[in-house]
Design a protein around this ligand. Structure first.
Ligand code: KG4
Ligand code: ZN
Length: 371
């Protein structure tokens, strides 16, 4: 089964074709990130306007591997034929996300479904992130990083379940129990800011602009004395409260307070603060994931979402999980941030097709699935 997926929940425009939920045929991502950086963050209006420009070219690029090169000239006819003959369903992100951006992707998916008669599978963006762990094949285009495939060629085999799945992105920090590739139960999440949000806001306070988590990671890597006690230690929020919830908003406040006390902050100070922040967030994420794994007798822990790119988080999780005889999975860095391949994979495993006229935008779609 081949699924064509469309993802436009934030500032990316992405289209992908995925075979049987695991094999990436194409995964094309256009981002307005560079343009957005001038404004210090994502401006929803700019994101939607750029997505309007990118949608059709991205769609055509994603379909190119399944288009018949022998049909001369007529691109619209080739696209139509590729979808009618090679694609079984259209998957689209319906929420949560920015309403204008979501509408754009949804209307594109509905139009394709209307014209070709294919079913549409509505997808929850946050749940979909975790299916990046199931993907193999060509890495995402337009993204850099470690492209080592995470799991075996057919996704994650049955004996790695039950699994704990931590989705950790710019807008969400959520823990799920994954009893199988299909059966998910929400266990807990952040009470205030997401981990990615804490990275992004703190990066701005530390003068790293809109560089967010990647800029913090880079700065933290330059911290010269990571083993020594820090003069500006940060708390580990909710570390030992026994719950599976998170709270990260206090970290940004603490950084603002301590950074503001420095009369002449240097690059050395910045690196130390970045290191401290990264240590605090990753300590909490790893501790809660392992607590969830022990509570639910999980055999593996998988992470996904933009923050799952963080090298320190990956290293710490691997080490702690190994000590507890638990397997770990994380997607290649290129599949951690937003892309349509994992939307297609989620649609395949949680398949719930609807006629095009029953698809609607759900910007506040909940992630609290129960069994
Ligand atoms: O999943 P994603 O692309 O978008 C959302 O659905 O939110 O995640 C973006 C988030 C941003 O907050 C970004 O700062 C964070 O992922 N991020 C990182 C790293 N790379 C991206 N955070 C920490 N370390 C990284 N290396
Ligand atoms: Zn996302």
């Amino acid at each position: 089964m081949k699924i064509l997926a469309i993802e436009t929940s934030c500032d990316e425009t992405s289209c992908a074709v995925v075979r049987d939920g695991v094999q990436i045929v194409s995964n094309v991502i256009a981002s307005s990130k560079t343009l957005q950086q001038q404004w210090g963050g994502i401006v929803p209006e700019i994101a939607a306007r750029e997505q309007l420009r990118y949608m059709i070219p991205t769609l055509i690029d994603a379909l190119t591997p399944v288009m018949d090169p022998k049909i001369p000239g007529n691109e619209i006819f080739s696209v139509y034929r590729a979808i009618t003959e090679c694609i079984d369903a259209i998957a689209v992100t319906v929420g949560p996300g920015l309403i204008g951006s979501l509408i754009l992707g949804i209307e594109a998916a509905k139009t394709i479904a209307y014209v070709t008669g294919k079913p549409v599978i509505p997808v929850n963006h946050v749940l979909a992130h975790m299916y990046a762990n199931f993907l193999t094949g060509v890495p995402a285009q337009g993204a850099k990083g470690n492209n080592t495939p995470s799991g075996p060629a057919s996704g994650i085999p049955e004996d790695f379940f039950p699994a704990i799945s931590l989705v950790v992105s710019g807008g969400h920090t959520e823990l799920f129990l994954m009893e199988s590739a299909v059966k998910l139960i929400w266990l807990g999440g952040t009470l205030d800011d997401a981990a990615g949000e804490a990275f992004d806001k703190s990066a701005r306070v530390l003068g790293l602009g809109a560089g967010g988590g990647p800029a913090i990671q880079e700065s933290a890597a330059k911290h010269v004395n990571p083993g020594s006690p820090s003069p500006a230690p940060l708390p580990r929020p909710l570390y030992r409260d026994g719950s599976l919830n998170f709270s990260f908003s206090g970290l940004k406040t603490a950084i603002m307070r301590d950074w503001g006390k420095l009369s002449d902050p240097t690059a050395k100070h910045r690196n130390m603060f970045a290191w401290e922040l990264q240590e605090s967030i990753t300590d909490v994420l790893v501790a809660k994931s392992l607590l969830a794994a022990k509570t639910h007798c999980a055999r593996s822990v998988m992470i996904s979402g933009g923050v799952a790119s963080n090298i320190r988080l990956r290293d710490k999780l691997c080490q702690k999980a190994q000590e507890n005889d638990i397997y770990t999975f994380f997607p290649p860095v290129s599949l951690c941030t937003d892309n349509a391949a994992y939307i297609a994979s989620c649609a395949y495993f949680r398949n719930n097709p609807l006629p095009w006229n029953r698809i609607s935008v759900q910007p506040d779609l909940s992630v609290e699935v129960k069994g």
